[in-house]
Write a protein that binds this ligand. Structure first.
Ligand SMILES: [Zn+2]
Length: 232
């Protein structure tokens, strides 16, 4: 299983969780031709696309994905706000739901519009936590293997307060990591760094201090990471 970052910024967000047989797309913020290219023009292995919320950089191209035959999964609020229609649009389920070999659970996170994070379990990759565009994470988790989490800004570098209360600061991200069980974490991927108010190297260093056994990555476009729950 690999995670591929096709975009992790306000210009457009999209991530692929991909095995030989299946691909789960998270967010629909990059153009369809770019998505198709990343999938070698083979959409047959796509089990669905999860969308966290209705902001354009996360769902702008959802209708194009639908027209290409991709099933979209989002909250009722996101579906309404983004005007998604058709037989391939599905509301998130309250409980854990399967998409291919992936089992998915949604949880709400605080942002400026209704937004969810995802806990995704896969038999080979293990437990994958995903949350972006969240001021903080209200829940606690155990036995996470891979954490994909926003680290948008540093308070000391903030030049405007637009991000406060909507996006996650590096301090809040570190607080989340400290509050959760860390011994099973293999990878931490920092998402959606602000261009102006972040310092990737410093963010990665401080996360490494909190989770010394994990590999820490910055979600630059084009990043690919092998995900396994096994330590080899
Ligand atoms: Zn947003």
């Amino acid at each position: 299983m690999t995670i591929k970052v096709l975009g992790s910024e306000s210009a457009g967000n999209c991530y692929l969780l991909e095995s030989d047989a299946e691909c789960l797309i998270i967010e629909a913020g990059i153009r369809l031709p770019e998505l198709k290219k990343a999938l070698n023009y083979d959409l047959s292995k796509v089990v669905g696309c999860l969308i966290s919320h209705a902001h354009g950089d996360h769902c702008k191209y959802a209708m194009d994905y639908l027209k290409a035959g991709i099933n979209i999964f989002a909250s009722k609020e996101t579906i309404e706000e983004a005007g998604l229609t058709g037989h391939r649009v599905f509301r998130f389920f309250e409980n854990i739901f399967p998409l291919g070999s992936f089992n998915i659970k949604c949880f709400p996170v605080p942002h400026s519009v209704p937004t969810v994070g995802f806990l995704i379990h896969h038999p080979f990759a293990g437990s994958i936590f995903f949350a972006t565009d969240a001021a903080y994470i209200p829940n606690r988790f155990i036995e996470l293997n891979h954490i994909l989490i926003e680290a948008n800004y540093d308070d000391t570098m903030l030049t405007s307060d637009r991000a406060v209360g909507r996006h996650m600061s590096i301090d809040t991200c570190l607080g989340f990591l400290r509050a959760n069980e860390r011994r099973h974490i293999r990878n931490i991927v920092l998402l959606h760094l602000s261009n102006r108010n972040s310092d990737a190297e410093m963010f990665a260093k401080s996360v490494q201090t909190v989770a010394p056994n994990a590999s820490v990555w910055i979600a630059d476009k084009g990043l690919e990471i092998y995900l396994s729950k096994y330590p080899f």
